[in-house]
Design a binder for this molecule. Sequence first.
Ligand code: ADP
Ligand code: MG
Length: 397
Amino acid sequence: MKRSLQSLPAEELAGRRVLVRVDFNVPLDDGRVADATRIDASVPTLRWLLARRARPVLLSHLGRPGGEPRPELSLAPVAPCLAERLAAPVTFFDRCEGEEAERATRELAEGDVLLLENTRFLAGETANDPALAERFARLGDVYVLDAFGTAHRAHASTAGVASRMRPAVAGLLVERELEALGRLRDDPPRPFVVAFGGAKITDKIDLLRAFFARADAILLGGAMANTFFRARGLETGRSLVEEDAVELAKSLLVEAGSLVRLPRDVVVTVDPGDPEGEIQEVSTAAIPGDAAAMDIGEETRAEYGHEIAACGSFFWNGPMGRFEDPRFAAGTFALAGAAARATDAGAFTVIGGGDSAAAVRAAGLMDAVSHVSTGGGASLEFLGGGTLPGIEALEDA
Ligand code: ADP
Ligand code: MG
């Protein structure tokens, strides 16, 4: 267990500069924040700090500037957006290290927040350069990690600086992620049902394997299922299949035995690209050679729904179909609904993955499940049994 912000006595925060690594990697549109979800997510930790008279100094990356300044990836547009959401003054400073930045942190007034420039404007950030981590460490007296989504990479503003500062603690967001994912990893209420979909098996192979040992049932869907159909020798027509992974899928099926469920039926179309194109539901064994499987079918939705209704805990990563097209959204929305009903009945339910989270949001069920992980790669790495360097570098509880 890692030390948390909530465990820090107020006197360790009052008047002190608290360097917070946040995740403000937000989409920008014409110099404005296009989606403020990640900015909103930082608000609880920042309010916590301001309420204890701490002086927050914020570090974040944005996009992939490749180690040099790129004006279109400046964090400047985030400052007014954060100020509005937080209802507190936010000052932007156009560097994130050096004497002037340090002076800006020392001059920060109580009640104000200082946002520094994109850490990835510096090549040392992703290289985890020790000299840069030292310079970051001079920007605060206390370190808080609240960017769970970057914790799986050892960068100067995460693992590098965290290992050089004490106290170094988990912010409210990170603490919630660790609690929810830790419970699933170490002690999931039984039966533990897992659903996997999305595009690629190879992205998620360690995770799949990790769940073979832990889950009571694994429900497969999405394009990933097509590769398993092929492994079973079924016709997949023009479906998206990961050719390089067919052999791997065969050995996974042998390893997993009856734990793994494949869809019995699928939604197919000969016009994947035409939103008006006709769709049809067929048995998995009868996918026409000129069609593509785009979603799980009705029988499968019912079967998976029953499985989820009876679970003690549920983890889901990867949409069941190409849900961005309403013709192929039924499977994904059915699972989101089943997860919400299971939660209502007392199950512990967690959704992970960027597209999966977007699907749950589109279904209006974000608050109807126990936890939606913002982590993406970091949550999958953590659940797969890997360690997260950004978390490891924090102080032990
Ligand atoms: P996550 O971001 O939740 O981890 P992935 O990135 O693995 O999920 O996969 C999401 C993508 O997979 C979505 O964009 C979705 O359209 C696509 N997808 C799912 N099923 C299919 C399918 N049968 N055919 C084509 N694309 C699919
Ligand atoms: Mg994705």
